[in-house]
Design a binder for this molecule. Sequence first.
Ligand SMILES: C[S@@+](CC[C@H](N)C(=O)[O-])C[C@H]1O[C@@H](n2cnc3c(N)ncnc32)[C@H](O)[C@@H]1O
Length: 361
Amino acid sequence: MTHTNDPAPARLRAQFAAALGEGQQSEWLAAFAEVPREHYVPRFYQQDEQGRWREVSSGDPGYLETVYSDTALTTQLDEHGVPTSSSSEPRLMLTMLDALDAKPGHRLYELGLGTGYNAALAASHLGGDNVVSVDVDPGLVHLARSRLAKGAYHPFTFTGDGAEGYPARAPYDRIIATVGLRSLPPALLAQTREGSVIVAPIGFGVAKVVVGSDGEASGRFLPVPAFFMPRRTASHGPDFAGLEAQAGTAAAVQATDVLNRLKFPLSLALPGYHSCSWQDESGKVTGVGLWTEDGSTATAHVSGKARQIGPQRLWDKVEELASVFPGGTPAREDFGLTITPGRQRVWYREPEGPSWSLPTE
Ligand SMILES: C[S@@+](CC[C@H](N)C(=O)[O-])C[C@H]1O[C@@H](n2cnc3c(N)ncnc32)[C@H](O)[C@@H]1O
């Protein structure tokens, strides 16, 4: 741990925890007031207005103030400059930890160790022996582990695909994912018990479900938006070249309207979708593209022509969704999730309402 006589980190941390706690009671605020975020995030990357990344490290002007602000800190980039790990926004971390309803002594499994900061917060509240955290990236696990070893909180960490869980320490009373999922991995559900609580980003929201008997679980989405980096798996890129040969059909809805207004339901109807847009010289959007990692691709032009290719008819799904929500943006907390062995279903307003099946991985 970086031991200095500088009182600034402690003062900033106290202000940070007080700001997070404004207007709310949470048993987790003590952990935020105690665990030094700077110890787990000694450097991060910030993007300038031109989109260029620059590294900010401890000692740089503004470093500590940013660490103790409600900001997600990107900590790793791939060779294309795409973030592959970050310390999430503290307020969202607090909301998700709170939603766990975890009590000291509960055993917690975290999918997405990253910097180790969330695992350290969890260990400070629940006890290090009760926290298991995994990352798929061995380099990140190595870094987090060495920082955790030098600090005061000692969760158990390992390298692997977090979707598989860690049966040797199961059953878990609580599970938290800090990486975007398309559905709840069945292997994790199998490592819970009746009454276990799972809080996980699914699509662009955070689902909270309680495990019942016979491997079933159900609950609702939290009201907060959440855009976590996706769980890493093998994937295909978009097939825009393949679309060229498609004649196309007349689009019944405005693509830009649906993509903006129905971002969250679309992330449930098309789990793991990616999107892009094209602009003309004046900056006006002329078309949008959508694809999923099975190679399915669709485009829609502002002129009203839509094209689609691949195993899933992505544009048809966009139009179906627009017919369920013809106007306005539905609230996240009006969506729920019911899990039975073999099927995971997201529904709107009530379990019998409009629903979408999530892919069970
Ligand atoms: C937003 S970061 C997690 C933040 C972390 N909880 C913290 O406090 O710093 C998401 C992490 O999930 C990891 N990840 C991605 N796919 C994964 C997988 N299949 N299994 C485990 N971890 C994964 C990434 O390497 C990344 O470090």
